[in-house]
Design a protein around this ligand. Sequence first.
Ligand code: NAD
Length: 476
Amino acid sequence: MKVVVVGTGYVGLVTGVVLSYIGHTVTCIDIDTAKVEQLKSGKSPIYEPGLEELMAICFESRRLEFSPDYGCVKTADVIFITVGTPSLPGGNVDLSYIKSAATEIGRNLDGDRFQAVINKSTVPVGSGNWVEMLVSQGIQNGAKVAVTVAGGHALSGNGTRSVANKHNFAVVSNPEFLREGSAVYDSFFPDRIVIGTNDKQAQEMMRDLYAPLLDQSFTLPAFLCVNEDRAGAVPLLITDVASAEMIKYAANSFLATKISFANEIASICESVGADVTEVMRGVGLDRRIGMSFLNAGVGWGGSCFGKDLSALVATAEEYLLSPTMLSAARQVNMAQRRVAIKKLQSALKIIKGRTIGLLGLAFKPNTDDVRDAPSLDIAQHLIALGAMVKAYDPVAEESCRRARPDLEINYCPSVEEVASDCDALVIVTEWEEFRSLKLSKLRELMRTPVIIDGRNILDATAAREEGFEYHGIGKC
Ligand code: NAD
C-alpha cells in the first residue's frame, strides 16, 4: 500500500519506518525542513533503540522517503496524522497542529478514489468528526471535488464529481500505544491494534495495512529479539471512533493512576516502616493486578501521561462530571516530585550553597525525551532554593538544553564528574548504567556521601556499607 505519515516525531517516524519495513511504500512529511533533511541523510532526530538500523534497511529497499511537501497525499491509500497534541495551559489539548495537518491533507486528497485518513495522534473524544470536517473543508478550499464523507453529508467543491460518488474518504481513529525507549519493538509486537471506524471499506484497508503485524508474518530484523510473552497473533479491536479515542485516554490514565497509587502507598510505607518494593511485589504478583507500573519513585512524566490525564479531566468537566480519581492521580504525582527535595532537606538541612548532582534527565530510560520530566521540576526547585545543580544523562543532555535553556544546569559527561565535590546525588532516571554505580569511587569524589535513590534501583545495604547516607522512596 502507499502510505503517507504526517509528522515525524516519536510516533510518526517509528510508525512510518515500521510500515515501510513490513512492505508498504511510505512517505513521511514534516513541516520542520531541517528535520526532513536530517532524516533524508539517514539520521534519526530522536534517540530510539533500533530506529536508525531499521531506517537503513528501508532506504535500501527504496520504500521510505521524507518530504516537507503534501503533494504525495494524492497518490496515497492511507494518510496517517501523527502530529503533536500538547496541552494548553488550562489542560485542554492544543489541536492547532491537527487542524493544519487535516486541512492540508484535504487540499491534497485525490477525490477520485477512496482514501483513509488515520488519526494516530492522541485527540479528545469527538475529534474524529472534527478532523472529517477539516479534511472536507480542505477539499473545498482546494476546490477539487464534490465529495460525501463517510457517514456524513454531501459537500460541494467545484462540481466536477457527482454527489452519488460517496465515501471518497473516511476518518479512522487508530490510537498508538508504543512506549518511548522501546518504540520499535512495541510497533512490531503491539499488545493490540485498535481501529475506530464504522466504515467497512476503511476497516478492510486497515486490516490489509496491518496484516503482517496482526498475524506476525514479517521477517524479524536481525537486531530485535522477541520476548516469549509476545508470541502469537495480535488482537484487532474494531470500535466506533469515539470508543477508540477514549481507549487511548483511559489506558494512559490507568497506567498513570497505577504509578500514583504505588507512590501513595510508598508514603504510607515510610511512615509505618514497611518497604514499598516488597509491598508492591506482593501486590503485583496477584495476576489480577500485575507487576508493571507499580514502581514507586519521584513520579511519572513524559509527553503523554500528564497531558492525556489533563485532557480527560477537561473532557469530563465539559460534560459536568467530576473525575475525582483522575484529578487525585495528577495531584499525587505533583507532590511526589517534591519528595526528593524533602529528602535532601532532611539529609543536608541547608540547601543554599550546596552542590546537588542529578543522575538522569530523560523522563525514563532509553529515550532522550525530557517533556514533563521530573528532572526539570527537581532541578528548577533546587536552583530556586540556592543550590548548584550538576547533571549527567547518557543521551538526553542535548534535548534538555534545547527544552530548558533557562535552567542553569552544569551538564557533565559522566557520573564521576557529577559526583565530584557534590553534596548529594539524586537518581532521577533508572538508566541501566546507574544500577551498577561504582559506589566506593563516588564516595571518594563526593563532599558529603548522600544518595537519594529516586527510582529505588540501588541496594540500600550495599550503599550504606560503602558509607553513604542512603534514602530510597517508600522504605526506611
Ligand atoms: P512530536 O512532537 O515528537 O512530533 C510531532 C511532529 O509533527 C514534529 O516533528 C512536528 O514538526 C510535526 N508537525 C507538526 N505540525 C505538522 C504539520 N501540520 N504537518 C507536518 N508535520 C507537522 O510528537 P509525538 O511524541 O510523536 O506525538 C504525536 C502524537 O502521538 C501525540 O498526539 C501524542 O500524544 C501521541 N502519542 C505519543 C506517544 C509517545 O510516546 N510520544 C505515544 C502514543 C501516542
